[in-house]
Design a protein around this ligand. Structure first.
Ligand code: SF4
Ligand code: SF4
Ligand code: FES
Length: 323
């Protein structure tokens, strides 16, 4: 079968903008997109730049956008792409600067991984605290929630909506890596807390919009967004509740426990507190919500089944109480 591959080409020293270029290629059943790209480079256009190594979904270097979705080219079947999209379009990963054609600059990705200190901390000298265990068991490794399967391909960062808006956001891969060290029984408790304090700063765990794209595109089922949610939970459990994100969660839970429903009229007070300037800032939104009937009466009594709701909270607290 002879197919057209539309590739995004860009040479920053020569081109003002990226452009699409078509290549016709005879393909076999079972070929991957990476197989085709290598053949295009070897047989038709040696100037095409792309990055790959293992060809087995291990090294993470061949991540690119295939028909609009971040994927590993070496494990993307041409046949399946054709069945789903009727075409093969290949572009570089988004959210990262293009070096040339399909190769992107991963420097910012690596520096964010480095920023979360991706290694175990050394216990303090003369520490009076019970030392952490020095090895893990197979049971312990379950606590990593598959985060250690990350191959650093960058697909999640390229798909991240928060990263698209703010390049300073730590990003899904780095935050998932941080979660792995919070889960590690060998990491001293004080170091875990220090990590959480760092992670709750601006551009950290509370900047995620929970769009789930990182989960959808990850080729290794790392589920970075779930790692971020675990980090948020750990931060709140560690008493780090002064950020807007943490206050939103604790305020939400308090209101549901008290009234049996979310009361949008009281949420700004829970999140912002009595900061007049910031309350005035959200006032126009509150007025628009009021006009659309989205703001319940702040003085309304709890819902009829409030006793059952509170029982759920009591049982949940008992179930999650440390033994
Ligand atoms: S869920 Fe959060 S980290 Fe994942 S892609 Fe969306 S904004 Fe980014
Ligand atoms: S979390 Fe998944 S998508 Fe992100 S870098 Fe790791 S393997 Fe790639
Ligand atoms: S070439 Fe290594 S993951 Fe694709």
């Amino acid at each position: 079968m002879r197919l057209t591959f539309t590739l995004t080409r860009f040479h920053p020293e020569r081109d003002a903008h990226p452009r699409d270029e078509d290549y016709r290629l005879e393909v076999n059943r079972g070929m991957t997109v990476l197989d085709a790209l290598i053949r295009i480079k070897n047989e038709q256009d040696g100037t095409l730049s792309l990055r790959y190594s293992c060809r087995s979904a291990i090294c993470g270097s061949c991540a690119m956008k295939i028909n609009g979705t971040e994927k590993l080219a070496c494990r993307t079947s041409i046949r399946k792409e054709l069945e789903r999209h009727g075409q093969i379009r290949v572009a570089p990963l988004g959210n990262l600067p293009v070096i040339k054609d399909l190769a992107v600059d991963m420097s910012s990705f690596w520096s964010k991984i480095k920023d979360v200190t991706p290694w175990l901390s050394r216990p303090a000298h003369n520490s009076t605290v019970q030392p952490s265990p020095q090895s893990t068991s197979p049971q312990d490794s379950d606590q990593f929630h598959n985060v250690d399967a990350c191959i650093m391909c960058g697909a999640c960062v390229a798909a991240c909506t928060s990263h698209e808006v703010s390049r300073d956001f730590a990003g899904p891969a780095a935050l998932a890596k941080a979660d792995r060290f919070i889960a590690d029984p060998r990491e001293p408790q004080a170091a875990k807390r220090a990590r959480l304090v760092q992670l709750e700063q601006p551009h950290g765990i509370w900047d995620c919009t929970r769009c789930n794209f990182c989960v959808e595109v990850c080729p290794k089922d790392v589920k970075p967004m779930e790692a971020i949610i675990r980090l948020r939970r750990a931060a709140i459990e560690a008493g780090l509740t002064s950020t807007g994100g943490a206050r939103h969660i604790t305020g939400f839970v308090e209101l549901v426990q008290k009234e049996g429903r979310l009361n949008e009229a009281l949420m700004p007070l829970k999140v912002i507190g009595l900061n007049l300037g910031r309350l005035l800032h959200v006032l126009p939104l509150g007025i628009r919500m009021l006009l659309k009937g989205k703001v319940p009466n702040p003085l309304a009594p709890p819902i009829a089944g409030i006793a059952q709701v509170r029982t759920i909270f009591t049982q949940l607290r008992q179930r999650t109480k440390p033994s």
